[in-house]
Design a binder for this molecule. Structure first.
Ligand code: CAO
Length: 415
């Protein structure tokens, strides 16, 4: 079966996490992704957080599936010529260097357009144009500058960053959408264009509801679904909402059986209005279904803390999975707090290809997250990440270089 992006060639100048997430997705959709790395070293993540000496780290392998690797010294004049040949042959150049690095290599937007006017040049940067545009940025910087950290955590504690890599992988996703959109527009215009996804913008986009809340707070001074109501006070900025669900359906994380020893024996419980009577029945508080202080969502708001304490008395008598089974019977929205260990072992995720076991020539078998986006006509087959420079000769031959020329370029240190 063909793939959605068959025939699309990507010159992948990405490293670390944000850019590689993007090009890995494109590779999974069928694009030929040629990753350009520095000879001898490669993407810095190859050697970061290693669990096996001298073997590509999981950090690298889990972000670079289905790609080909070529090593080119982009600062060597002959290396630059190889890159020019690649630019002429590819549809998209993706990069997430520090601001200005591509220009310093000599590949300005103008130069790239001269070489290939159909080329789409896609970049991740920490910030868009403005006071911080020259800054280097990593995940947590973006989470802080994009509004996630100030709105995450508990009211009486410091800002908190999330384990979800919304700055890196989140921005990679945004960039991938920009690229396929630009490819689509190119079918009409015949022209390439620049695509920029700034990490601050990507995080802010994912924090859209918090900017909504800022304006609600400015207007009314309170937000009734936040835990600060009615027990605490609101300041000028959106506060940290703990584990409140943030929407119109109050939710909280509650202890389950075993919480004393298992840090993940918890369940997320939502007191969705349409199933309130069922919740009351399950927890043995039938009288709350009609009691004026509890019967309606508005009446319940000032009592949420007590309500969740009462529900927790019930959840603590069940494991999170037992609670799930009972609550699901009544369509009560809830979710177990799953550990990474539980997720890794979950058979249904293996079945859908969301968790995949991959074999690697030097590391052996490892688990990875497969393509989370499933296309019915473009199935994903997860292939191991390339070894450093594994495809240099192959790609050079495709560019028309003879074995002698390849060997001479290697001697010159260009590849
Ligand atoms: N051959 C020779 N030189 C190469 C090369 C190659 N194949 N590939 C890259 N280089 C050189 C570049 O030319 C550049 O050199 P100059 O600084 O002299 O122009 C340098 O390597 C690129 O490095 P960098 O500044 O991008 O890398 P860094 O490790 O110092 O910074 C990072 C890393 C991520 C902070 C920075 O790239 C950045 O801010 N990127 C944009 C935001 C981003 O994507 N952040 C997410 C990272 S994941 O948490």
């Amino acid at each position: 079966m063909g793939k959605a992006l068959d025939g699309v060639r990507i010159l992948d100048f990405t490293h670390v996490q944000s850019g590689p997430t993007c090009t890995q997705l494109l590779a999974w959709f069928g694009a030929d992704v040629i990753k350009v790395e520095r000879a001898g070293a490669g993407d810095i993540t190859r050697e970061q957080l290693r669990d096996i000496p001298d073997v590509d780290s999981l950090y690298f392998t889990m972000l670079n599936h289905n790609k080909r690797s070529v090593t080119i010294d982009t600062k060597n004049p002959e290396g630059k010529l190889v890159l020019e040949a690649l630019i002429q042959k590819c549809d998209v150049l993706v990069e997430n260097f520090a601001p200005g690095a591509l220009d310093r290599m000599g590949f300005t937007w103008e130069r790239i357009q001269e070489l290939n006017p159909r080329m789409i040049v896609a970049s991740v940067k920490g910030f868009g144009p403005g006071p911080y545009e020259d800054c280097k940025v990593y995940e947590n910087v973006a989470q802080c500058a994009g509004g996630a950290a100030s709105t995450t955590g508990f009211d009486d504690g410091p800002p908190v960053v999330s384990g979800a890599q919304i700055g890196d992988s989140g921005t990679g996703l945004h960039l991938a959408l920009g690229i396929v959109t630009a490819l689509y527009q190119r079918t009409q215009t015949g022209r390439g264009q620049r695509v920029l996804a700034a990490m601050q913008d990507g995080v802010l986009n994912l924090c859209r509801v918090k900017l909504r809340d800022q304006q609600r707070l400015d207007r009314t001074g309170i937000m009734k679904e936040y835990p600060q109501y009615p027990n605490g006070s609101f300041g000028e900025a959106v506060p940290r909402a703990g584990n409140a669900s943030g929407g119109g359906q109050p939710g909280w994380i509650l202890k389950c059986k075993g919480w004393e020893t298992d840090p993940n024996a918890y369940i997320y419980f939502i007191t969705q209005a349409p199933v309130w009577a069922k919740i009351c029945n399950v927890i043995g508080k039938e009288e709350w279904a009609t009691h004026p202080d509890y019967a309606t969502p508005a009446a319940r708001l000032p009592h949420l803390k007590d309500i969740f304490a009462e529900i927790e008395r019930w959840t603590m008598t069940k494991t999170k999975f037992e609670a799930m089974q009972i609550l699901n019977k009544y369509d009560i929205p809830c979710g177990p707090i799953l550990s990474m260990k539980e997720i890794a072992e979950e058979p249904s995720l293996r079945k859908t290809g969301t968790i995949v076991e991959v074999d690697h020539p030097t590391r052996g078998k490892y688990l990875t997250v497969g393509n989370p986006i499933k296309l019915s006509d473009s199935p994903t087959e997860v292939k191991r990440s390339p070894l450093l420079g594994e495809h240099t000769d192959e790609v050079m031959a495709e560019l028309g270089y003879s074995p002698e020329q390849i060997s001479a370029l290697r001697t010159a240190g260009a590849i």
